[in-house]
Design a protein around this ligand. Sequence first.
Ligand code: HEM
Length: 219
Amino acid sequence: MRNENKIVRNRFSERACHWTLVVCFFMVAMSGLSWFFPSLSWLSSVFGTPQLARELHPFFGVAVFLLLVYLFVRFFHHNLFEKTDMLWFKNVKGVLMNEHGAKLRIGKYNAGQKILFWSIMALICALLITGLVAWRAYFSGYFPIPVVRFALLFHALAGVGLMLLIIGHIYLALWVKGSVSAMLTGYVSRAWAKQHHDRWYDEVSEDEKSLGVAPGDRK
Ligand code: HEM
């Protein structure tokens, strides 16, 4: 479909990866939460039975890690901090008040999204390492019991941390109208790009001019 007013923000592979990640993450998070308090034990039915939840939680956890590795490879270069991010930090109040007067020279992701990106990546690494140490079926036998206990403690803390970050991520994604539909359809309007990610929009426009690509066709 060609649309002169739209530009590509997320490719199909990125969108498929992101939404598969969402499903896997919620299954892992719900089963994980079910072990925190007896009152939450019903959450383990997300996998059918509590026994299946115990069995499958680690496999889905590894899937979440691998899906995030793909998103890391695709997006990390857009999330490197740059001097212009200081402009976003200085104007964060205006950003939160939804004022779009000042040109903040924002690339594909703003400084807040970059912080979130690196925090998600750090926490998933912590969850993978501590999760492997505590994985009774395969690995925990190789470690002394106190190490496994510490791993479980840090695993739980990192899990809660990641869930809180994801709640924030969902809130912000819904707050910036047009970004969830970009994760569903792949496209944003030119007006959206100019308003929220002005430098990224300029870069995309430059590329279109120099490559002679029709608007809306740029991947
Ligand atoms: C219902 C749940 C979720 C919604 C609605 C959602 C929405 C979004 C949207 C709209 C974007 C694109 C932002 C933009 O283009 O500016 C995005 C990016 C992203 N999401 Fe989600 N997301 C959800 C859950 C998750 C989960 C569970 C994870 C990881 C565990 C995750 C990790 C990411 C990452 C890594 C990016 C790329 C951001 C970057 O590179 O800075 N998302 N999400």
